[in-house]
Design a protein around this ligand. Structure first.
Ligand SMILES: [Zn+2]
Ligand SMILES: [Zn+2]
Length: 86
């Protein structure tokens, strides 16, 4: 399998910035409660998909529940394995 190495995962610093920028609110369901900061709950979604030229920048990331992230990708019909978890 070919592996094009291009940085697409957010660094911890970027994740922190994105998380606080959105006040820890999931941008998919927008439930009025902060997502818990742990890898079972919180993930980061690339607004612009990596294969569309999106990069790991803080303007391209939103905090999202793990389960909402799955739904979002199913709805978009892009169930690519995007690993933006913590
Ligand atoms: Zn959610
Ligand atoms: Zn995603």
């Amino acid at each position: 399998m070919r592996n094009r190495r291009k940085r697409k995962n957010f660094t911890l610093e970027q994740k922190g910035y994105i998380y606080f920028k959105y006040n820890g609110i999931c941008q998919f369901c927008k439930r009025d409660k902060r997502i818990k900061w742990n890898k079972d709950s919180l993930q980061f979604h690339h607004v612009k998909f990596c294969n569309d030229g999106g990069t790991a920048s803080i303007n391209n990331g939103i905090p999202i529940h793990k389960e909402c992230h799955v739904k979002l990708h199913q709805e978009k019909g892009k169930d690519q394995a995007e690993k933006s978890g913590l």
